[in-house]
Design a protein around this ligand. Structure first.
Ligand code: HEM
Ligand SMILES: *[C@@H]1O[C@H](CO)[C@@H](O)[C@H](O)[C@H]1NC(C)=O
Ligand SMILES: *[C@@H]1O[C@H](CO)[C@@H](O)[C@H](O)[C@H]1NC(C)=O
Length: 521
């Protein structure tokens, strides 16, 4: 009996000690920035953190962006960066332009990790350019870069043009069918972008679409983009302990979607390889990369290698959907919204279009699209006000002493936030930031300033690889729509959030593009 008591006592003391230790560790973690003497946003109390973990309430990108903007405005000028906490994890928010340049450009090698989970082996679609880091990222980027260069775009122009015309047709017929002239443009833009990606990247032509309808393609894409398969806690663990999770073979992509995209691509690739016809699209470029690798690998394991390369090809194709679909569609919607609010800019864009087209036989050719100056400014200004990636995340690879600031060290594995949205709206860099003013971009700005105050497509070696492709998609759709319709706002309600949908009023201008009428009939 007495022995039992002693055992209970000892157990009790051990539990107490462990609890004490945990509390001390948590306190230490919570005081990380205070001990270092770096200005910081205090962490939340333990209780709300517990509640958040238990209820698994997730903050959206917009909420996070607003939070980062508040921190930026509070601490700007206090030093090169400030501290804050994601739940209990200390993170750094970069305040200083020069440090941003060091991270993204100059000392990029030490910051080339986004710190997101991927598992190339068991989840092939997650092993893409966006998620990889270090050497595997570098190799993949070097392989892909040539296919994304500007002169490649002329090659794709034909198929992209067809999709943009299709968009115009859908808009016209939708308007004709309904009684009023108000359209929810977002859905239409998403449909255009997904159709363009399906045909330019996956080679999904009209024939294939009988077997693989666009609706299903869209549904599967949405499934992957919206999946948070594992809930909040497990996702946190995946980011904190990626190697451990990889050993457990944890995956992110829903199996159904993986099977769908792998089968679809295998099908189309097999058809192509059998017919030997070269098509003018990205799939062809990806196939060329695959063929090149097959010839440069010497060992015999043909089947395995082929499967590996086929998976890699699928990941390359899929990254267009993951990193390009919502980004392009939403930017397009925002641009139309801003043009509808700023009608005088809209007329200038239309005027420029007509003038440039007049020089090109009234033909909206590739050269014509590329030479639109004001259009470029409109896109830059849209992305300034509505950056699709409202903050950029990096993870430190090795300890980094910030040059010229004694106290400030970015320690290994620390997460960094570059608050794009806050910087794009900082009146010091952009006077009257709430005004949509494409003329800001007209005069040359000194290149140092430009490099670290605008991240519409990121900056440095890990910038957006799809920049040229996205630009072409945006310019083409905007040009065709602006030539045909006048866009106005149908309510005075300011745009708060793209999730609420954007309704615009369309007035046909009666300048029907040659050839379109016959096809519409
Ligand atoms: C208007 C449309 C788009 C916008 C605003 C946009 C924006 C961005 C930004 C800001 C980044 C950098 C993120 C960071 O530094 O962490 C990025 C990276 C990336 N984007 Fe885009 N993007 C767009 C369209 C596309 C398209 C169409 C593709 C198709 C391939 C694409 C593929 C990528 C990839 C693969 C990366 C990662 C590159 C790397 O890590 O090497 N994006 N994008
Ligand atoms: C427009 O230009 C393209 C080349 O960019 C050419 O293939 C096409 O035939 C031209 N169309 C007309 C109507 O001139
Ligand atoms: C858009 O901004 C980037 C970065 O500042 C700049 O390099 C580019 O020239 C701008 N585009 C136009 C059309 O002004």
């Amino acid at each position: 009996m007495q022995n039992m008591w002693i055992i209970f006592m000892i157990l009790g003391i051990i539990v107490l000690c462990l609890l004490l230790l945990l509390i001390v560790a948590l306190r230490y973690q919570r005081d990380y920035w205070r001990y270092l003497g770096i200005p910081h946003e205090r962490p939340k109390k333990l209780w709300p953190i517990m509640k958040q973990l238990v209820t698994q309430s997730l903050s959206t990108d917009a909420m996070k962006s607003a939070h980062y903007t508040a921190i930026y405005n509070k601490f700007k000028g206090s030093g090169p960066f400030c501290g804050f906490y994601a739940l209990l994890q200390p993170r750094a928010l970069i305040l200083d332009r020069e440090l941003i340049r060091q991270i993204m450009v100059k000392d990029f090698w030490n910051f080339n990790d986004r710190g997101i989970y991927c598992n190339q082996k068991t989840d092939p679609l997650s092993g893409d350019l966006y998620g990889l880091r270090g050497n595997s990222w570098k190799e993949m980027r070097q392989k892909l870069d040539p296919s994304f260069e500007r002169d490649r775009m002329a090659w794709l122009y034909g198929s992209l043009y067809e999709e943009a015309e299709q968009l115009l047709l859908v808009v016209s017929t939708t308007l004709m069918k309904q009684q009023h002239t108000t359209l929810h443009i977002q859905k239409l833009m998403r449909r255009y972008v997904i159709a363009a990606l399906a045909s330019c990247v996956f080679g999904l032509n009209a024939e294939h679409r009988k077997k693989y309808p666009l609706e299903k393609f869209e549904e599967m894409t949405e499934l992957v983009l919206s999946t948070r398969k594992h809930g909040y806690l497990l996702n946190l663990i995946m980011i904190r302990f990626p190697n451990f999770c990889r050993r457990l073979r944890l995956r992110l992509t829903p199996k159904e979607a993986e099977v769908y995209f792998l089968t679809l691509l295998e099908d189309i690739v097999a058809q192509r390889e059998a017919s030997g016809v070269r098509c003018q699209d990205y799939l062809q470029l990806l196939l060329d990369i695959k063929a090149l690798e097959l010839t440069t690998h010497e060992y015999e394991a043909d089947k395995e290698l082929n499967a590996h390369l086929q998976h890699e090809l699928a990941a390359h194709a899929f990254v267009f959907l993951k990193a390009g679909y919502e980004q392009t569609a939403n930017t397009l919607s925002y641009a139309l919204y801003e043009l509808a609010v700023n009608t005088e800019v809209q007329s200038q864009v239309r005027q420029e279009l007509k003038e440039v087209m007049a020089k090109h036989n009234n033909n909206l050719s590739y050269e014509c699209i590329q030479s639109l100056t004001l259009m470029g400014h409109v896109i830059n200004e849209t992305l300034r006000m509505h950056p699709i990636t409202p903050y950029i995340q990096r993870r430190v690879l090795e300890n980094y002493a910030v040059p010229d600031h004694l106290k400030y060290t970015l320690v290994k594995e620390l997460f960094l936030i570059i608050p794009t949205h806050a910087i794009h709206n900082d009146p010091e860099y952009y006077p009257e930031p709430e005004r949509f003013n494409p003329d800001r971009w007209g005069s040359p700005r000194d290149s140092l300033q430009v490099q670290s105050t605008w991240f519409g497509f990121g900056a440095g070696a890990r910038n957006c690889i799809g920049l040229q492709f996205a630009q072409l998609q945006l310019r083409l759709a905007l040009s065709l729509l602006i030539l045909e319709f006048e866009f106005t706002l149908n309510s005075k309600r300011p745009l708060v959030n793209i999730d609420d949908g954007i309704a615009l009023q369309l007035t046909p201008l009666g300048v029907v593009e040659p050839g379109l009428e016959e096809r519409a009939l």
